[in-house]
Design a binder for this molecule. Structure first.
Ligand SMILES: CCCCCCCC/C=C\CCCCCCCCCCCCC/C=C/C(=O)SCCNC(=O)CCNC(=O)[C@H](O)C(C)(C)COP(=O)(O)OP(=O)(O)OC[C@H]1O[C@@H](n2cnc3c(N)ncnc32)[C@H](O)[C@@H]1OP(=O)(O)O
Ligand SMILES: Cc1cc2nc3c(=O)[nH]c(=O)nc-3n(C[C@H](O)[C@H](O)[C@H](O)COP(=O)(O)OP(=O)(O)OC[C@H]3O[C@@H](n4cnc5c(N)ncnc54)[C@H](O)[C@@H]3O)c2cc1C
Length: 664
């Protein structure tokens, strides 16, 4: 049987309506139609082809990205694409570029932190790309610790200007995307100083380059920070270094929604909390969660299709060998990743809803939900990006040797994805923020303050501390209430245990530092509970399509029971389940793998990824892996000549030398 026939055969086994699942995956019929249209538009445009990208040198690669960005912008204008359509287009072009920072951070920072006047002045320029912006927060010496930034913005009342200055080497801005070679402007984060007093870190709109000849403004030193991990990958982005030598900007270029500086240099606080200065990060962390499911689904799609094409061992009488997807070990590694892709999709959808809700409340001056929004975006960003980066690498291993070839698409996907564990907040640093939020919530339980939202379960902490799981058969693990209670009890017990340990310290900050590794574990448990509970919520919705809900149920339980198996120590040590119940969960998990098996190919087809977007010979829709892999090998520049360059200088003399030695 050929690879092509394998996948056709697999598709015949499907037990659910794939088209209906495509709509569930996309979020709505509208989103499906729109993303499908944009995917095809990109795939059919030769200007967006990405073959051979990994072989380009840095300069060529970067110029190629500039060309694609300019072409994308032209198409956006020609076709009058909406912001939503342009977002999909950017996704399928699949090449990190300065436009991400312009649209993803520069524009949102002005919207979130600028006054109405500032928005009126700067947004039209940014929307038309008459200026190109970057987000310059991180410095050589400080990234995670935003309060530790060193760049200064000192108000000069004589001229009504701020003087932006980099006082030390470590205060050089370092990392901002789009900054190195493209941006004309940036939101620069700096310590505000007026009348000799410091007022914390704030954002300032600073012009970096001339709009006529692109030369840096005098006093500004600017460039690219150098090659990053992997070929192609994130090297399409010009992450930059920037220093200021007493650069002057008008007073009205400080983003003043949180704090105003008057003509006299007086600081006037608005009713908006200081944390809104971090608002752009909250926005982007939310988008990163949605993107995690996209990247994970891509890796899983490649590994699943290839696992159905690949055969090893088990041939009887010269018959066909076993498809590797039929090995239980392959299933136990692959199917939880498939389930995670769906789980992250739904939690991403929910987080988008939460973010929209928060934005509306902020506009109505209701800031009560801000801590919850911060904890959810920080925690879920950390959980989903860590899991996705690990999963891409696991998918590479699931594809055996061929997974290591760039033609599999997995090395580049890993290289481009893995910095998501660091940017927009290092994942451990973010989990520590969640831990602070959880410990605060637990400490307030005694005062009668009822926790709400994702921590509402902590309001039932007494019950959860005592509850005993009543699972008696493997099928009992297929009840949403049972699974939810096990995850709630585990998380509640871990939080309470950490809070009790913290209370033993005289100084809570010393306790927090000493117990930080344990606290991070409690944060992970809490975030996993959120993902499980949002998946269960999704199952309660009326989902049309034959067999679709059944598949989603199977995936939901695979996600939850695999976590239970992986983090068994937590569940057993907090006493919410017994070893016998854990063993039953594992029995159920194996049964679920068997039920998912005939639907696996259709479940990845439901992602609706084009071959262009997947960029993988192993993940081709038609399964025609071997002939294409063979063809691909011959495209390598090393195969341009039969005898390689360097033969006459190095190989030939060596061979002759050996010959002489042998004669001696
Ligand atoms: C070629 C193709 C082209 C196609 C073109 C097509 C055109 C495109 C058109 C349209 C397309 C749209 C495109 C959109 C693209 C979107 C993609 C976006 C991609 C982005 C790429 C990312 C690049 C990376 C960027 C960055 O990394 S920016 C820098 C990020 N830096 C960080 O994250 C730093 C992490 N550190 C912190 O956040 C903080 O320092 C801290 C760790 C939170 C600690 O802060 P500190 O003030 O010291 O806090 P505490 O004392 O601990 O807390 C005080 C208080 O505040 C609360 N808090 C903290 N943070 C927040 C917050 N964010 N929100 C709310 N509240 C917060 C904290 O809980 C405390 O509260 P309490 O006092 O109540 O306890
Ligand atoms: C590809 C990429 C693109 C980026 N783009 C931008 C951009 O556009 N704009 C921008 O401003 N920045 C950008 N950044 C910078 C990014 O936001 C920072 O790198 C990130 O916030 C982490 O900070 P750091 O590098 O200072 O790490 P560090 O904080 O130095 O982390 C080093 C180690 O210390 C640990 N650590 C740090 N603090 C603590 C703590 N309190 N407790 C326990 N452990 C701790 C971390 O877990 C980590 O293991 C980008 C980074 C990358 C990699």
């Amino acid at each position: 049987m050929k690879g092509v026939d394998h996948l056709a055969h697999e598709r015949n086994k499907t037990e659910f309506d794939v088209d209906a699942m495509k709509i569930v995956w996309a979020g709505s019929r509208h989103a499906f139609e729109l993303s499908d249209r944009m995917a095809r538009l990109v795939a059919s445009d030769p200007a967006f082809q990405k073959d051979g990208r990994i072989r380009l040198g840095r300069k060529e690669l970067f110029k190629n990205t500039l060309r694609k960005a300019a072409h994308a912008w032209k198409r956006i204008l020609e076709l009058h694409l909406t912001e939503e359509e342009a977002g999909w287009l950017r996704n399928f072009v699949d090449e990190p570029s300065f436009t991400d920072l312009h649209w993803g951070m520069f524009v949102p920072a002005i919207k979130g932190q600028g006054t109405d006047e500032q928005q009126q002045k700067w947004l039209p320029l940014a929307y038309k790309m008459q200026i190109i912006g970057s987000y310059a927060q991180t410095e050589l010496g400080h990234g995670s610790n935003v309060q530790g930034l060193e760049t200064t913005a000192t108000f000069d009342p004589e001229t009504d200007e701020f003087v932006i200055h980099s006082p030390t080497l470590t205060s050089s801005k370092w990392w901002p995307g789009g900054l190195g070679k493209v941006s004309t402007h940036a939101i620069v984060y700096a310590r505000l100083i007026t009348n000799g007093q410091e007022h914390g870190v704030h954002g300032f709109i600073v012009q970096l380059r001339s709009l006529d000849d692109h030369m840096p403004i005098p006093g500004i030193t600017i460039g690219d920070i150098g090659m990053k991990f992997g070929n192609g990958a994130y090297n399409t982005m010009d992450n930059g270094v920037l220093t200021f030598d007493h650069i002057r900007i008008p007073r009205n270029q400080m983003l003043m929604r949180v704090l105003q500086v008057t003509r006299e240099g007086k600081c006037v606080k608005s009713n908006v909390p200081r944390q809104l200065i971090y608002g752009t990060m909250v926005f982007v962390r939310q988008t990163i969660v949605a993107d995690a499911s996209t990247a994970l689904a891509r890796a899983v799609c490649i590994a699943t299709r290839y696992s159905a094409v690949r055969r090893q061992f088990g041939s009887q009488d010269g018959g066909m060998e076993t498809q590797v997807i039929d090995y239980k070990t392959q299933q136990s590694r692959l199917f939880p990743l498939l389930a995670s892709a769906y789980a992250f999709r739904f939690v991403g959808e929910w987080l988008k809803w939460l973010y929209t809700d928060v934005t509306q409340r902020l506009q109505a001056n209701d800031f009560s939900i801000l801590p919850e929004a911060h904890a959810c975006t920080a925690g879920l960003k950390s959980l989903t990006t860590t899991a996705t980066a690990d999963a891409i690498e696991e998918c590479r291993k699931l594809c055996g040797g061929h997974g290591y070839l760039c033609a599999s698409g997995l090395p580049e996907l890993f290289a481009v994805y893995v910095p998501a564990c660091t940017y927009e907040g290092d994942n451990v640093v973010l989990l520590l923020q969640v831990a602070r939020f959880l410990m605060k919530t637990v400490s307030q339980l005694g005062s009668g303050k009822k926790p709400v939202g994702t921590t509402a379960y902590l309001g039932r902490v007494q019950d959860l501390l005592q509850c005993c799981c009543d699972v008696q058969t493997a099928e009992d693990w297929l009840k949403p209430s049972v699974v939810l209670e096990a995850f709630e009890a585990r998380s509640a017990r871990m939080c309470v245990a950490r809070a009790q340990n913290l209370s033993k310290f005289e100084n809570p900050e010393d306790g927090f530092a000493e117990l930080s590794a344990d606290l991070v574990e409690a944060s992970v448990a809490h975030c996993q509970l959120i993902v499980v509970s949002k998946f269960i919520d999704k199952l309660q919705q009326d989902i049309p399509g034959k067999g679709v809900n059944r598949q989603l149920q199977n995936l939901c339980y695979i996600y939850a029971l695999n976590l239970l198996h992986k983090y068994l120590g937590d569940f057993l040590s907090t006493g919410c389940i017994t070893p016998k119940q854990a063993s039953l969960a594992n029995d159920q998990l194996r049964s679920l793998y068997s039920q998912i098996r005939p639907n696996a190919i259709a479940l990845v087809d439901a992602f609706n990824y084009t071959d262009h977007y997947l960029g993988s010979v192993l993940g081709r829709y038609d399964g025609n892996v071997y002939p294409k892999l063979y063809e691909e090998a011959w495209k390598d520049p090393l195969n341009d000549s039969v005898v390689p360059d360097g033969y006459h200088e190095y190989i030939h003399p060596m061979l002759k030398q050996q010959l002489r030695n042998a004669r001696l």
